[in-house]
Unconditional design. Structure first.
Length: 166
């Protein structure tokens, strides 16, 4: 039996980067994986196919994790497909590296709507819906622990998101 057999996993931001790596690993270890993606259906299908080719189960669900209605729809789709989640990985994020003198209100709203508010809503839904004994994992960045030119807004949005995971 594989490590995550009979477990359901939701991975946000699963069509690329860290989210993709986690989703494929969980799938190869037996989890039924809900692959969340924001806009690139082809990349999400690649992840689903990679999991299926390894003998696992996966479904792709589109949803913008900065929008609460999309987050709720993601959890509802997961429950419909595979039941209550045992593992929720919140990996969806966006970054921006720009000197503070060049930042705009729109830049702020874009980063904080996903990296902070989106994290809050994903963690809320996960806490309400996770199966007994389940795990919730929230990703952040090393940028919150070091100073890098142009990373202030990004680091601030990720640091704020970290506070929901404490």
């Amino acid at each position: 039996m594989k490590r995550f057999s009979n477990k359901t996993a939701i991975v946000t931001g699963a069509s690329r980067g860290i989210g993709r790596s986690i989703a494929t690993h969980l799938g190869k270890e037996g989890a039924s994986v809900v692959v969340n993606y924001a806009g690139n259906a082809d990349k999400a299908a690649e992840v689903v196919n990679e999991i299926a080719d390894a003998g696992g189960l996966a479904v792709a669900v589109q949803g913008d994790m900065s929008k609460v209605d999309d987050i709720i729809r993601l959890f509802e789709a997961a429950e419909k497909a595979y039941g209550r989640p045992h593992i929720v990985v919140s990996a969806a994020a966006t970054s921006m590296f720009k000197m503070h003198t060049d930042l705009t209100t729109e830049d702020y709203e874009r980063l904080f709507s996903l990296n902070t508010l989106g994290v809050m809503h994903v963690l809320q839904q996960a806490t309400k819906r996770i199966a007994d004994g389940g795990r919730i994992i929230q990703f952040s960045t090393g940028a919150t622990k070091m100073s890098m030119p142009g990373a202030g807004l990004y680091a601030a949005s990720k640091a704020a998101g970290e506070q929901f995971a404490l």
